[in-house]
Design a protein around this ligand. Sequence first.
Ligand code: NAD
Length: 499
Amino acid sequence: MRTIDHFIGGGSFASGERQGDVFNPSQGDVQATVRLGTPTDLQKAIDAANQALPGWAATNPQRRARVMFNFKALVEKNMDELAAILSSEHGKVIADAKGDIQRGLEVIEFACGIPHALKGEYTQGAGPGIDVYSMRQPLGICVGITPFNFPAMIPMWMFGVAIACGNAFILKPSERDPTVPVRLAELMKEAGLPDGILNVVHGDKEMVDAILDHPDVKAISFVGSSDIAQYIYSRGTANGKRVQAFGGAKNHGIVMPDADLDQVVSDLTGAAFGSAGERCMALPVVVPVGEKTANNLREKLIPAIEGLKVGVSSDPEAHYGPVVNEAHKNRVEDWIQTCADEGGELVVDGRGFTLQGSEKGFFVGPTLFDHVQPHFRSYQEEIFGPVLQIVRAPDFETAVRLPSEHQYGNGVAIFTRNGHAAREFAARVNVGMVGINVPIPVPVAYHTFGGWKRSGFGDTNQHGMEGVKFWTKVKTITQRWPDGSGLGDENAFVIPTMG
Ligand code: NAD
């Protein structure tokens, strides 16, 4: 059986006593094992990064950007292979796996413009004979800790900007689908990145704790579930590191009475069930405003959901594939039971779904609940599966309040033809990313991504200029070049002012 090794100093590194199973979720069997690293393995990556760092930080930004251009071309050339591996370990269908890679590549395209993004500010004549300017400098060794659900996109969001800014990077990908992250590091090497600037270490809590406590790690970007995000944020910042930690989600789709319901149903089925609901920007809650809207929406949703095709991840006809592993399948099915026990009306039940020829696969059929209430635990918590809950709202005010008061605040969408309602909603809702007739409002690479409340800990978003800010520190220089006349020295004992 294949073993997935660490990638350190430009080559594979086989260490770590413990190993974890990597499944093929479509078939339900183990297809590889991955090394679960130790603090000693992390130290090896830190040593490689420290050795390479001065040279890379001193490389001019244009040359660093050229590596990104080469990498983009290589990922495009290897797209089919990468998508096939990603799909076989994660379970998302091939077209969706390509989307995962493409959305990561778009941040690499942004990183190709790093010479422009890194330019500082300059004020000539801030005082008599005085100029002030700023520069952005790399932090040193940075780390990304990533979730299973976007094994290409999220690593690229992180290492693309961090490395272009002149840092060395250690990626600790999810141990559930670790092959693509290693392939990406190999392609970065092929693109011309010096050895040691991008390392991949595998592991679980033991490796993550070693990262959180290592004095040479200057910044950590984390994406995963909220309890772990909060833990990473607390322990990392207590150790003096810069940390951003993005967590779970429960995104709502508000449907106003004037919305185009056919369009809404098409958008909703994709956003709720695509990738088996395993997206932090999925739409697992729909909030129709008014009973008539709710009844009409429900009537159109049922046949659309019953028409979805669940299949193995390599099936080009399938709308979505299996969930990531058996434990997660059981968890999602338990949530379905909980919601039914709490009083939700189970309209379409996806439990007990089996696929002929793939009986051991981790499949969950599409599930629809109506009459879900805000006090249900199954509404308050993230399910992260192909389960859509209808929460009926009597009016617009209730529809604004529901996502605003929810513990998560990642994304939200409103479907309407009324520009005034949409504008009001966008301004007032207490959520970080808003879609107006856009079901999955993941901002483009040169804007930034980040949720609010328990969906994001820290104060800086991912990618775009916020990413550049996160992965650099700013230095501000105040200069004067006296001409030797002694003028301007009179107030040497007073705090300098420009008055
Ligand atoms: P997870 O929290 O289980 O794992 C994320 C990372 O943390 C992995 O690398 C894992 O190895 C590590 N980890 C797991 N347990 C740990 C522990 N006890 N101590 C230290 N490290 C630990 O998340 P997941 O199941 O891989 O991903 C799904 C979650 O990620 C969902 O909650 C989803 O909403 C969230 N997510 C959020 C965003 C966002 O941008 N907000 C994006 C994608 C996914």
